[in-house]
Design a protein around this ligand. Structure first.
Ligand code: HEM
Length: 184
């Protein structure tokens, strides 16, 4: 992230020493971070069930983001791949970006869209770079829950919010490799 958003290497992820928080203005000027967050919510939408709408003839209709976001006719043959660059206006033509936006529904769509969308995006964009700056994260491989399951395969549980199961992460305070920070 640092390399793409700040090739000069100056520390713009908040001050490590003073714990200065990032402002929303600053994170909006980090295009690669924005693409990573967007792609993260495409690949792993927080909700795994749609809020349905009543449609005429007594039917209900809902579109599951997990299905919409993997539609290869919209997102391409690599729809199942984490590829933040697909959101880059210098990589993907405007018309394709518009088509992708139309199928991008981590917060739903229309008149009943999520009212917490903007505050959630602000929290994600501020918190993630600060966590990555201050801590090193390492996935600890877990033993398979069943033969052929677990290990390197992500198992999730869908209870409207989709939770990863059995994922262990080792967290250490980061060695200070960002910009002007000194090694500890
Ligand atoms: C990453 C965080 C969040 C995600 C991914 C999320 C996702 C969603 C989704 C997919 C819907 C259904 C929208 C639709 O059917 O069109 C929804 C609805 C809703 N969300 Fe969120 N949400 C998040 C955070 C929040 C927060 C922080 C709040 C409250 C401050 C909130 C309040 C609501 C409410 C009240 C609705 C129902 C809106 C309605 O039916 O009119 N959400 N959310």
């Amino acid at each position: 992230m640092q390399q793409m958003d700040n090739p000069g290497g100056e520390n713009q992820y908040g001050d490590h020493e003073t714990q200065e928080a990032l402002t929303f203005d600053r994170v909006q000027g980090m295009p690669y971070l924005q693409m990573v967050v967007k792609e993260g919510l495409r690949m792993h939408p927080a909700t795994g069930l749609p809020m349905w709408r009543d449609v005429p003839e007594g039917s209900t209709l809902g579109l599951n983001a997990w299905i919409a976001h993997r539609n290869t006719s919209i997102f391409g043959q690599d729809a199942a791949r984490f590829q933040p660059e697909r959101w880059d206006p210098e990589v993907t033509p405007k018309s394709e970006l518009a088509r992708m936006e139309g199928y991008y529904i981590p917060f739903g769509a229309g008149t009943r869209t999520c009212i917490g969308k903007n505050i959630s995006i602000m929290e994600i964009c501020k918190l993630i770079p600060m966590l990555v700056q201050r801590y090193d994260f390492e996935i600890v491989p877990s033993p398979p829950s069943k033969p052929g399951k677990g290990g390197s395969q992500l198992v999730t549980n869908n209870l409207w919010f989709v939770k990863p199961m059995n994922v262990s992460v080792r967290v250490r305070r980061a060695r200070k490799t960002f910009g002007d920070a000194k090694p500890s």
